[in-house]
Design a protein around this ligand. Structure first.
Ligand SMILES: [Cu+2]
Length: 131
């Protein structure tokens, strides 16, 4: 009787183990993707009362630019032309970036992108995206 119970337990345990193996994530057995830090660069643009700094940057395609609002008012970095932002329509947070907050955007289109602060359009900058 005791042996039978053990046998049932053993079957249950092995059965559960087999099930677990089936649901295991197949990606877990793949080799890890190597990080290529040279391909994805990070660039910061500070927004202050004086505008964007640096106002002109050159980055590689796929780089991330983070606009950090260090001014006392909300800012809204967006692609030219104002107010439609159609040159590079994705380059637009679609809302204001509050004082103290930041907004990041990945530039994956090659070109020279003029931009402005949608809330104070006289503040301007340029981001050159190269291959
Ligand atoms: Cu605008």
């Amino acid at each position: 009787m005791k042996f039978k119970l053990l046998l049932v337990l053993a079957v249950l345990v092995f059965g559960a183990a087999a099930c677990n193996k089936k649901t295991e994530n197949p990606a877990a057995s793949l080799p890890p993707i190597k990080a290529t830090p040279t391909e994805v660069a990070q660039q910061e643009v500070i927004v202050s009362e004086n505008g964007f700094s640096p106002s002109e940057i050159t980055i590689k395609k796929g780089s991330v630019v983070t606009f950090i609002n260090k001014s006392s008012k909300a800012v809204w970095p967006a692609s030219d032309p104002h107010p439609t932002h159609t040159d590079y329509s994705g380059f637009d947070p679609k809302k204001a970036v509050e004082s103290g907050a930041s907004w990041s955007f990945t530039f994956d289109q090659i070109g020279e992108w003029g931009y402005h602060d949608h809330l104070s359009p006289f503040r301007k900058g340029t981001i050159k995206v190269t291959d």
